[in-house]
Design a protein around this ligand. Structure first.
Ligand code: HEM
Length: 505
């Protein structure tokens, strides 16, 4: 156990070191004599008592935070650094649209990175349900813990979640899931080759079946044609969706729950409880299934259970939280962009049909869709010390949002930034489109460094496998206007989903 722990810590240190290396660059945020105070940072003007609130409420210019263009409007109005003062117990907020300062802060905060958000989840696991497990009041999970407790847990689960050999074990079963989903899609098409069921929910079923197979170690039967509307599978999908939507209100916007138990707070606690019960239902199913497995087939759940039951529950629960809407929406975005760029789709099909083991264009297609239509808009860190950013003093305990989506759509960072060009990720250095000409901190769909997405390798394998099967089997088309994107804790692509899936002859 002690050796394992040392190995894990080494693993974490190696990640830190790698990230520092790739991120190396000159900082534009060195100390100068002319540093201006926090209150001079541009931002919406304040009124007495209510501060900046009126800009974000009623018909204020930034009232529609669900509109993905709102952040860009803030940046256009105030520049690359925008200040929002503290409101109703929510920490002061800074939007940063500058890759060099982003690099500076992310690198400086990489030893014990504090990512704001999901405070309500931490409250649920720490205070609301504290009697559940021994030691329960200590670890609450990767999404919500901070500091040494987060680091200890992350060091323990890193080798299990990120080890290529463990993830590779799932290649075949994820392909089985993808192929079963193709069969289901074929069976659910009308005479115009459109999917008759809610396509968004269908993609969620694929995502849950995929992540469930890894987190729980067995198939969840999400594709059962007779799945009842109140089945645990469909309840879990709805619950995760509701949690992300609620979390957007309770954790990311000013809200009074930190002062007293608001109705929204009570509703959120009920949702977490529901999620916990559903997770436990699936873990029980997974544990029963373990009895039938051989020693060399050990997957994520078995390895986590070997550490201890609490670790296995918390990590599986975080996987069944973070691993559904994220991959589902990324696949929808990729399909939409491929449908609207038939030349890119044909090129991708050629690569897939070639049977080559290497599929760089497939990766590139998903990467450019995560640049143009990312499911997570940006990344965030809480400052643990005072910084000089772009000539302004940024104190400790400010939540900084790095606006990756907005940076990645700017012409100054990527040539033909608003176009879907997967080639930029595969062309040689002398090509003007070459991605390496762009500052490495413009694009960051999986976050950064020691705190970056722990499900990244799993998500990439799931999405590569499924998109390959989709393009191998269907000519994907889209008609009508682009889909609406609603920005909540995640960016949701909303229906109607005007996809046509024609069989490849
Ligand atoms: C397209 C798919 C996904 C995207 C774009 C995505 C994106 C992200 C981002 C941006 C972060 C924050 C990283 C940071 O603070 O530096 C994150 C964290 C996290 N993700 Fe993902 N994610 C995806 C899929 C998944 C999957 C499949 C899982 C489940 C295995 C997962 C579980 C988590 C967890 C537990 C964290 C918290 C990690 C920590 O704080 O230590 N994600 N993800």
């Amino acid at each position: 156990m002690q050796t394992n722990k040392l190995k894990s810590l080494f693993n974490l240190a190696a990640i830190n070191k790698n990230c520092n290396r790739t991120a190396a660059g000159k900082s534009t945020t060195e100390k100068t004599d002319k540093i201006k105070p926090w209150k001079d940072i541009p931002g919406p003007p304040s009124l007495p008592i209510i501060g900046q609130l009126h800009h974000f409420m009623f018909k204020g210019p930034f009232s529609n935070m669900d509109d993905p263009k709102t952040i860009m409007r803030l940046i256009e109005a105030y520049g690359p650094i925008v200040r929002l003062d503290s409101m109703f117990g929510r920490a002061p907020l800074l939007f940063l649209n500058d890759p060099e300062s982003t690099a500076y802060i992310l690198r400086s905060e990489n030893w014990l990175p504090v990512r704001p958000g999901f405070e309500s989840l931490q409250y649920y696991r720490k205070n609301y349900r504290k009697s559940q497990w021994t030691g329960w009041n200590r670890i609450t999970g990767l999404s919500s813990d901070q500091g040494e407790i987060w680091k200890e847990f992350r060091s323990i689960v890193n080798p299990v979640m990120l080890q290529p050999n463990t993830i590779k074990l799932y290649t075949n079963v994820l392909d089985e899931v993808a192929q079963d989903m193709i069969v289901r899609m074929r069976a659910n098409r009308d005479e115009n080759d459109m999917i008759t069921k809610d396509f968004g929910k269908e993609m969620n079923l694929w995502a849950l079946e995929s992540i469930g197979t890894i987190a729980i170690g067995c198939r969840l039967n999400c594709f059962d044609p007779n799945l009842p509307a109140d089945s645990p599978q469909l309840q879990l999908i709805q619950c995760v969706h509701d949690l992300f939507t609620t979390s957007n209100e309770i954790d990311f916007k000013p809200n009074l729950w930190r002062l007293f138990a608001t109705p929204l707070f009570k509703h959120t606690m009920k949702l977490y409880e529901h999620h916990e019960n559903l997770t436990k239902h699936f873990i029980r199913k997974g544990k029963n299934n373990l009895k039938n497995k051989s020693e060399n087939e050990k997957g994520v759940l078995e390895k986590l259970l070997e550490i201890n039951e609490e670790t296995a529950y918390i990590m599986a629960s975080d996987m069944l939280f973070g691993g559904i809407d994220t991959t589902a929406n990324t696949v929808i975005a990729t399909l939409y962009l491929l449908a609207n760029n038939p030349d890119k789709q044909a090129k991708l099909r050629e690569e897939i049909m070639s049977d080559s083991e290497r599929r760089p264009y497939l990766r590139a297609c998903i990467k450019d869709s995560m640049r143009l239509m990312p499911v997570v808009s940006g990344n965030a860190r809480k400052t643990t010390k005072t910084y000089n950013i772009l000539g302004y003093e940024v104190p400790k305990d400010v939540d900084i949002v790095f606006t990756h989506r907005e940076m990645a759509l700017m012409e100054k960072h990527y040539p033909r930034a608003k176009e879907y060009i997967p080639e930029r990720w595969v062309v040689k250095k002398d090509d003007p489109l070459y991605y390496g000409n762009t500052h490495p901190f413009v694009y960051g769909p999986f976050g950064f460094g020691a705190r970056s997405c722990i499900g990244r390798r799993i998500a990439e394998l799931e999405m590569d496998t499924f998109v390959a099967r989709l393009i191998e089997n269907f000519q994907v088309e889209w008609f009508g206007p682009p889909p609406k994107i609603v920005q909540q804790a995640l960016n949701y692509i909303k229906g109607p989903y005007n996809f046509i899936f024609k069989d490849i002859k």
